[in-house]
Design a protein around this ligand. Structure first.
Ligand code: C6P
Length: 409
């Protein structure tokens, strides 16, 4: 079990008040996690003592900045067990990783009539870039359905959906609404058996459980730094070397070139071929500090603790009259509790909870097709991380009871 009191003391914001006299109860980590002192200080130190542009200067400071930035890439690669840091591409966030693959890989590999397979429970980041490239290339998108009752993928027709025409199967390892942990390794193997490339949306899994890209055998994997104790503005695209090497750059500019002539240019080696312009240096260093922080605690321990607290939350919430939970039981899901409460609009729930200092997310959570299939326009979502406590869950439940009274439920 984690020493949650010790962990909380490492996150300065958790000692703050939401309003005067009202402590902050942060239950919105699936949207973006809070940051420990180690990450804030790593970025602070960098800006105070090491900042210069990377890969360019011959001076000492630039060399130090480059070492810190590239050293972080190596540790991030080890965190997901990448074969080499050359396969770890810095992007702005998971969304950019999907756009990079859709445009760079998609333009080079998709033809009219080809199929892209997604699931109905994807975040917009893993739908919209594919819709855009499908339109451009004349490709067709198919979707693996999910069961409304338990939020699990319905894999009964997967063999029919993965056809000879399927060129890529891109799916989430963990739904940001249901919390469903999908059988990612099995899905990658199925994609490969059908001759398709497999891309994993790990935006909700890498922050919360051990992820090993070699064990998954995925071709591409995407995640964001800000959901895993790291800063905003930095994310990772992992890719298999052969695929990345064959892909054209996504953006052009400085740093991604080997040689530029007025007639044309040639490209830098991996991973820099995909990193045009001055990168998010402090953010890369901050994400390096975040993976150090998470590794020292242990991702298995974080996952086990989140399953405990999610189980606690689901049990407590299920006793609130009129509250309906969505998604599978705690053992099959990550740290989210998504619900509706009678006919109270989720935005009203979130607003009332906010008065008690409780931060949750309400809306479609960038998963409109999922909500549409469930006949919902919005849900309320409380989400947990290594610093969440059972006491905070109790306060959430108390506050929901107050909301019921206000709305005379
Ligand atoms: N989900 C949530 O509140 P970005 O915005 O690029 O950092 O991450 C996109 C993304 C992709 N896939 C999944 C499964 C996600 O959950 C997210 C981000 C946040 O659920 C913000 S919309």
């Amino acid at each position: 079990m984690l020493d949650v009191a010790k962990i909380r003391a490492e996150f300065p914001i958790l000692a703050d008040e939401a309003y005067p006299g009202v402590p902050l109860i942060y239950l919105d980590s699936a949207a973006s996690s809070q940051k420990p002192t180690a990450v804030i200080e790593a970025m602070n130190q960098y800006y105070r003592h090491t900042h210069a542009n990377v890969h360019r200067g011959i001076h000492k400071l630039s060399e130090e900045a480059t070492n810190a930035y590239e050293g972080a890439r190596e540790r991030i690669g080890r965190f997901i067990n990448a074969e080499s840091s050359k396969q770890v591409i810095y992007v702005r966030n998971a969304t950019e990783a999907f756009n990079l693959v859709a445009y760079s890989w998609g333009r080079a590999n998709l033809q009219a009539g080809d199929e892209i397979l997604l699931t109905e429970m994807e975040h917009h980041a893993n739908i919209v870039p594919w819709q855009m490239i499908a339109k451009e290339m004349g490709a067709v998108i198919r979707y693996v359905p999910f069961n409304i009752e338990d939020g699990a993928l319905d894999l009964s027709n997967l063999d029919d959906l993965l056809t000879k025409k399927t060129k890529i199967f891109s799916f989430t390892a963990m739904s940001n609404v249901f919390g469903t942990i999908t059988p990612a390794k099995e899905l990658v193997a199925k994609a490969h058996a059908a001759g398709a490339v497999a891309m994993v949306d790990a935006a909700q899994s890498v922050p919360h459980m051990p992820v090993d890209v070699q064990e998954l055998d995925c071709d591409f994997l995407a995640f964001s730094g800000h959901k895993m104790c790291g800063p905003t503005g930095i994310g990772i695209l992992y890719g298999k070397r052969k695929l990345l090497a064959a892909m054209p750059p996504f953006m052009g500019g400085g740093d991604m070139i080997r040689r530029v002539r007025l007639e044309g240019s040639t490209w830098n080696d991996l991973p820099w071929k995909f990193e045009a312009g001055t990168p998010s240096i402090a953010e890369g260093i901050g994400l390096g500090a975040a993976v150090d922080y998470l590794s020292a605690i242990g991702m298995e321990h974080i996952h086990a603790y989140e399953q405990f607290i999610t189980n606690y939350a689901l049990e407590a919430l299920s006793e609130v009259p009129g509250l309906k939970l969505y998604g599978p039981p705690a053992a099959q899901k990550g740290g989210v509790a998504t619900f509706t409460l009678g006919k109270i609009h989720p935005h009203d729930i979130a607003e009332l909870l906010d008065k008690d200092g409780i931060a949750i997310r309400a809306g479609h959570h960038c998963a409109m097709p999922l909500h549409h299939k469930c006949g919902l326009s919005a849900t309320a979502r409380a989400s947990f991380y290594l610093y969440s406590t059972t006491d905070e869950v109790d306060k959430l439940v108390e506050s929901l009871h107050r909301a019921r009274k206000v709305f005379r439920l």
